[in-house]
Design a protein around this ligand. Structure first.
Ligand code: ZN
Length: 93
């Protein structure tokens, strides 16, 4: 019983070093910006943010921050192209 659990803990430790194993499909988060807090969300590979910058630009600092932090766990279409490029040249698979 206990050794079964110990094996799972060991496996989780190993998995945690490979964040690509987790792919976020949906996400909702509150982002504490400098002036206000905003709601960011990811659904079907598309990001949205409640801030006014996003309405014009379809991206914003809040989404870019989430993309930078969560990059290995994002579906391809939700990644920031520049980060995807950086990673593809920096980390040979
Ligand atoms: Zn925003």
């Amino acid at each position: 019983m206990h050794s079964d659990l110990a094996r799972k803990i060991e496996k989780a430790r190993h998995y945690a070093e490979e964040p690509k194993r987790i792919q976020l499909q949906e996400l909702k988060a509150k982002f504490a910006g400098e002036n206000d807090s905003h709601q960011i969300s990811l659904k079907d590979g598309q990001w949205t943010c409640s801030c006014s910058f996003f309405r014009s630009w379809k991206t914003c600092a809040h989404i870019m921050t989430a993309q930078k932090l969560l990059d290995p766990m994002l579906p391809q279409e939700a990644r920031q192209p520049e980060l995807a490029f950086e990673q593809s040249i920096a980390v040979p698979a």
